[in-house]
Design a protein around this ligand. Structure first.
Ligand code: GTP
Ligand code: MG
Length: 191
């Protein structure tokens, strides 16, 4: 897809603050620091559109981005950030779950897992939840540039075994996986 326009729309927690038109949405979800904001920026080719940070737990709201004036990307708050105060973690998890469960505009959930680690209990829970609720989803293994080819293959096979679906290896540095992710997004927008 050729990106002609990408803009930050708004940050929101409560459903009443979410955009209320019927444009389709692609959501990005996964552990804090896994690379959600970096993936969004690199897919859109706009550095700094979604805020990235070396400090986990940076994204603390649902962030909506309008792409080519026709659909939206949604950066969901990262889960599993151990150092956030309990009330904040609770609120974020509730907002993200509420979004996934009831958002009619949602056509694809892109679940990010770190290619360097085994999927965590929370990764598994989220994945099971998406499957159980028949949510169309794609698993992306991030930061693939940090592994050798051999290590990466091992890790991808391991993930495929555990999650029972094959992840797409991605790197925001090298753009590996870029085309594959875009074609999944385009397909979901057509349905
Ligand atoms: P939260 O907003 O805290 O939930 O994090 P996030 O999932 O949005 O992660 P973010 O995109 O901010 O990235 C976290 C850190 O990982 C940053 O320091 C990024 O530069 C780095 N990072 C993200 N993607 C890649 C990648 O593909 N390769 C490498 N080497 N580093 C990456
Ligand atoms: Mg982020």
């Amino acid at each position: 897809m050729r990106i002609t326009n990408a803009e930050f729309l708004k940050s929101a927690l409560k459903p009443s603050d979410w955009p209320d038109d019927d444009k389709r949405e692609i959501a990005f979800l996964g552990r804090s620091n896994v690379g959600k904001s970096s993936l969004i920026n690199s897919l859109l080719g706009v550095r700094g559109l979604a805020r990235t940070s070396g400090t986990p737990g940076r994204t603390r709201t649902l962030n909506f981005f309008l792409v080519n004036h026709i659909f939206r990307f949604v950066d969901l708050p990262g889960f599993g950030y151990a150092r956030a105060p309990r009330e904040i973690k609770q609120t974020l998890a509730e907002a993200a779950t509420e979004y996934l469960a009831q958002r009619k505009q949602l056509v694809l959930s892109i679940q990010l897992v770190d290619s360097r680690h085994e999927p965590t209990q929370q990764d598994l829970q989220l994945h099971d939840w998406l499957k159980y609720h028949h949510k169309p989803h794609l698993i992306v293994a991030t930061k693939s540039d940090k592994l050798s080819n051999n290590e990466l293959n091992k890790s991808l096979n391991r993930m495929a075994q555990i999650l029972k679906s094959k992840p797409v290896a991605y790197s925001a540095r090298t753009k590996r996986g870029h085309d594959e992710i875009w074609s999944a997004i385009e397909k979901s927008l057509k349905n």
